[in-house]
Design a binder for this molecule. Structure first.
Ligand SMILES: NC(=O)c1ccc[n+]([C@@H]2O[C@H](COP(=O)([O-])OP(=O)(O)OC[C@H]3O[C@@H](n4cnc5c(N)ncnc54)[C@H](O)[C@@H]3O)[C@@H](O)[C@H]2O)c1
Length: 339
């Protein structure tokens, strides 16, 4: 079977990795074109990965007939427009999270996907493709923990990368849409339900710069799910020790914890600081294999003519819930999600 000819759009922190994966590691894919608004970055990746076609203009990219699939890693504010245009141009689409940065955005993206049942669309929630999360989910689905009643999710970026996060903040949609959206997706996935109400709090505890675009540096949220389950999420940009993602799923019979002490390997270092384990410093290190696995699944779906388990509805709902958290943070009130 011929490889699927693909283009990657947006070659920033994550897009560069997706482009490398599509070019070198994803079976059944061929990286045939690249698109980025930044000419210098475009040239670097086109040369490094030996990609024949490149453009700074998304519409021009869509006009290339031979491109069958688009891997979208543009800034979040462009996602709904890029998703709709790419699907209307007959391309299969993998889109990084979030689906958009407003509720209307999500609806537009969802409608575009529903207009094209003949095409594959997949939202990128890479944690579902991490070995440990996938294993835990199998256990929960098989009923091993009894009835899941509580999900706890912690996602912290290292303080070391905070300048990057501040620069990215104006187009990120804010802490809940940009970061907690992963935990929202996990909470829905593990608890098998949607939250009916959310209450979020947070502030700029260390970096007032986030407030300039209405964002915060640390926040948390309590959720009540329609099936009675609970979730508590915490997201922050100031972890002193590294990139820290940990989760807990409490069931009536068992409790599962994933990375409760985050560690990059099994080595313990004994020195003047005591006994310690090193932590991952970047999301690309912690979830490197997951970014590859999810895009591999997308291309497998395109080649095999099937749809991924994760749907546009999951992407839209997680984004909508994150937006409700943002609303709750702004009003200080408990917000009904309407789901
Ligand atoms: N799943 C995850 O864990 C994860 C991690 C990081 C980023 N992301 C998502 O990936 C997306 C990109 O994030 P990033 O951190 O790589 O951003 P980034 O700012 O590092 O890179 C964005 C790239 O897009 C290019 N660009 C800007 N406007 C464009 C346009 N109109 N058309 C084409 N290219 C354009 C920029 O020049 C830049 O190269 C965001 O939506 C973000 O939420 C997801």
């Amino acid at each position: 079977m011929k490889p699927v000819k693909a283009a990657v759009v947006g070659l920033g922190r994550l897009g560069g990795r997706h482009a490398e994966n599509v070019a070198r590691r994803v079976a059944g894919a061929e990286l045939a074109a690249l698109c980025d608004a930044d000419a210098a970055r475009l040239a670097v990746y086109a040369e490094r990965l030996n990609v024949p076609r490149r453009t700074r203009d998304f519409d021009q990219l869509l006009a290339i007939d031979e491109i069958e699939a688009i891997v979208l890693v543009s800034p979040s504010v462009f996602h709904p427009e890029h998703i709709s245009k790419a699907l209307d141009a007959g391309k299969h689409v993998f889109s990084e999270k979030p689906l958009g940065v407003t509720a209307e955005d999500c609806l537009a993206a969802e409608q575009a996907v529903n207009r094209h049942p003949e095409l594959v669309f997949m939202p990128g929630f890479m944690r579902r493709f991490d070995e440990s999360y996938a294993f835990a989910h199998q256990r929960v689905k098989a009923g091993d923990i009894g009835k899941p009643l509580f999900f706890r999710g912690v996602s912290q970026d290292p303080a070391e990368g905070v300048r990057e996060a501040i620069a990215f903040a104006p187009t990120s949609g804010g802490l809940f849409l940009d970061m907690a959206v992963h935990d929202i997706d996990l909470a829905r996935w593990f608890l098998g339900s949607d939250p009916e109400a959310v209450w979020a709090i947070g502030d700029c505890y260390a970096y007032p710069e986030f407030a300039e675009c209405g964002d915060i540096d640390n926040g948390s949220c309590l959720m009540k799910f329609k099936n009675g389950a609970m979730a508590c999420l915490f997201a922050g940009r100031t972890a002193p020790h590294g990139y820290n993602v940990e989760s807990e799923i409490v069931g009536t019979e068992r409790i599962l914890r994933i990375s409760s002490v985050p560690q990059r390997n099994l080595v313990e270092i004994m020195d003047g600081g005591g006994v310690r384990r090193e932590c991952f410093q970047r999301f690309l290190d912690r979830f490197g294999p997951s970014y590859l696995n999810e895009v591999q699944e997308f291309f497998d779906c395109v080649r095999e003519g099937r749809k991924p388990e994760i749907t546009v509805r999951d992407g839209a709902r997680a984004t909508r819930i994150a937006y409700k958290c943002k609303e709750s943070l702004a009003t200080g009130k408990l917000v009904e999600t309407g789901l």
